[in-house]
Design a protein around this ligand. Sequence first.
Ligand code: ZN
Length: 63
Amino acid sequence: MVLEEKWILCPVCVNKTRLRIREDTVLENSPLFCPKCKQETIITVRQFNISVIKEPDAKTQSR
Ligand SMILES: [Zn+2]
């Protein structure tokens, strides 16, 4: 039996993070750090269903 794997995308910049999940991966309020935008998001994962619990402060946008 081969389990499917997926890379978690950063909810902020939609880049690949270093966190990989499998079909049976269950995460609860787990911090996800993005090496690209250096933001940390709290996520919950269940059967490839990724929900963002807490998004970082997007008040200061550098653009
Ligand atoms: Zn990011």
